[in-house]
Each structure stands twice: as structure tokens, then as C-alpha cells.
Design a protein around this ligand. Structure first.
Ligand SMILES: Nc1ncnc2c1ncn2[C@@H]1O[C@H](COP(=O)(O)OP(=O)(O)O)[C@@H](O)[C@H]1O
Ligand SMILES: [Mg+2]
Length: 194
């Protein structure tokens, strides 16, 4: 069994930057992980995304299920996705025994400025520019972003430097890996005819 960490936060809060750096740091330690980067998954699943409630409901449910399948196959997973509704992260928590949330906090003005300066191949461009338009659903602008109430780790990405953030996630990975071992031992000791 593998573990899963969901890195959540507003667009521009630094999810992808952190997820990629953690994946590289783990690979260097001989721990390959799969990063489920929603911006990449969307290119296949919803190539012309509408960002409606109904579409997001399906996309996030599918994302949680992908993470569950990978962890069941023994693959550790980093989920890089905003998921402005707490319920979507909760769904993954309920599906995956060794699960944790990393909540990125960053003032929206800082996120907006970062997002404007981001290279366009990195993520869909002009996210905040769409905010406020009729029918727009930009998290933090048009629809509320629901901060996690039970995040295992909270990082203020405008205050805490990049390498400290990576180190904090690596500590969390160690804690989760121990939970995986504990879970597996418990499963082994379970009577066959329960
Ligand atoms: N801790 C940070 N401090 C300053 N800039 C950052 C930080 N984290 C990310 N960035 C920059 O901000 C922009 C948005 O980061 P990104 O990781 O793409 O955010 P998200 O995936 O949450 O939308 C990128 O240009 C990135 O280089
Ligand atoms: Mg991103």
C-alpha cells in the first residue's frame, strides 16, 4: 500500500512548484512517487474545460479514485489540485488509509501576481483574469475556497522559503510511511475469516 498527500491551495499558491520539488527530492532518496497534476490530467479528461460545478464534481471524484487505485498498487501519490471544495479532499481521505492534506496559504493578491507572471505552458493562462466575469467560477474570486479544517501540514508560502516547505513535506512523508507499515501489519494479523 502507498500513501497519498493532497497539496491544496488557491491558484498561484505554489502547489505545482512544491509537488514537483518534493517528487524530485523523494526520487533522489530512491522513493519514486506519482504526481497527479490536475492541470495535466485535465488536458486529456476535459480538453476544453468549462469549470462548472458538474464538471468539477466528476473530475475531482475521478482524481480521488485514481489516487486510491495507485496507493492500493503500492504507489505513493502527490495530488496537485486546488479542489476548492473541502468535500472533494474529504472523499480522498475516506478512500485512502494513509492520506494527508498539505494546506498552502497565501494572500490572494500574491497568488494573483504570481499567476500573472507564470509561464503559460506551466498551467492554463489568465485564471484570475477570468474572475468576476459573468458565469466565471474562479476559486477565491467567484466561488469560495474552503480551507482544510484538518490539514496535517499548513504552509504559508509567502513567508516560508521553498526548501523549508519541501523539508516539511518530507517529514510528513516519513510519518505517512510509518502509518502504511502499521496498516499493513494490522491487515496481516487480521483473521482470514472475519
Ligand atoms: N514559495 C514561492 N515563492 C515565490 N514564488 C513562488 C513560490 N511558489 C511558487 N512560486 C511561483 O508562483 C507561480 C505559481 O506557482 P505554481 O506552483 O504554478 O502555483 P499553483 O500550482 O498553486 O497554481 C510560479 O511562477 C512559481 O514559480
Ligand atoms: Mg499548478
Amino acid at each position: 500500500m502507498g500513501w497519498a498527500i493532497w497539496i491544496t491551495g488557491l491558484p498561484g499558491s505554489g502547489k505545482t512548484t512544491l509537488a514537483r520539488a518534493v517528487a524530485l527530492a523523494l526520487a533522489a532518496r530512491g522513493i519514486p512517487v506519482k504526481v497527479l497534476e490536475l492541470d495535466q490530467i485535465r488536458k486529456v479528461v476535459t480538453p476544453r474545460p468549462a469549470y462548472t460545478d458538474a464538471e468539477r464534481e466528476i473530475v475531482y471524484r475521478a482524481l480521488a479514485y485514481m489516487a486510491k487505485l495507485l496507493t492500493e498498487a503500492g504507489v505513493p501519490v502527490l495530488i496537485d489540485a486546488t479542489a476548492h471544495r473541502r468535500a472533494w479532499r474529504q472523499l480522498a481521505r475516506g478512500l485512502i488509509p494513509a492520506f494527508a492534506e498539505v494546506q498552502l496559504l497565501c494572500p490572494i493578491e500574491v497568488c494573483r501576481a504570481r499567476e500573472q507572471g507564470r509561464r503559460s505552458q506551466y498551467a492554463p493562462p489568465g485564471i484570475y483574469a477570468r474572475g468576476g466575469e459573468p458565469g466565471a467560477t474562479v476559486p477565491g474570486v467567484d466561488v469560495p475556497y474552503e480551507v482544510s479544517l484538518q490539514a496535517e501540514l499548513i504552509l504559508n508560502t509567502d513567508e516560508c522559503d521553498h526548501w523549508t516547505q519541501v523539508q516539511e513535506v518530507l517529514y510528513l512523508v516519513r510519518r505517512l510511511a510509518r502509518r502504511v507499515v502499521f496498516h499493513e501489519v494490522r491487515m496481516e494479523r487480521r483473521p482470514l475469516c472475519e
